[in-house]
Design a protein around this ligand. Structure first.
Ligand SMILES: [Fe+2]
Length: 138
């Protein structure tokens, strides 16, 4: 089976706040709006933000190249967006070095936790293997 994720609907109190925020960090376009969605296409997947009143927060991780990570981190810093080395928001202003790559977490305006990684997780995320997670760099 060669199924791949094509699109996902992510609820938000302000769909355009989330769409423009994510697009700005990733350096991609937001929109155009269709039906009631504010879409952001990231690679082959579209994230369709949709206004909602009650929802639980989502977590999305984006696998990026080293150059894309550099560019996104520059935009994050320029915009004054807080970022963290770990999903529990420890390591403020730091990135992690999981899998020999780089990674960071940041919150979007609607409370979703986004992640940038330059290497995909293994079968068991490295940060769950005692003594493996390495945090570094501001
Ligand atoms: Fe993650």
């Amino acid at each position: 089976m060669s199924a791949e994720l094509n699109h996902i609907i992510v609820p938000a109190k302000d769909k355009w706040a989330s769409a423009k925020f994510l697009a700005g960090v990733l350096g991609v376009a937001a929109g155009p709006e269709w039906a009631h969605f504010a879409p952001v296409r990231v690679g082959r997947v579209t994230i369709d933000f949709d206004d909602a009143k009650n929802f639980s927060h989502h977590h999305c991780a984006f696998l990026v190249s080293e150059a894309e990570f550099d560019a996104a981190l520059t935009r994050i810093k320029a915009a004054g967006i807080e970022f963290f080395a770990e999903f529990c928001r420890s390591g403020p202003g730091e990135i992690n070095r999981n899998y020999g790559g780089r990674g960071l977490y940041f919150d979007d305006p609607n409370g979703h936790l986004f992640e940038l990684i330059t290497r995909p997780y293994g079968d068991v995320p490295e940060q769950w293997i005692e003594g493996k997670a390495v945090r570094s760099e501001r």
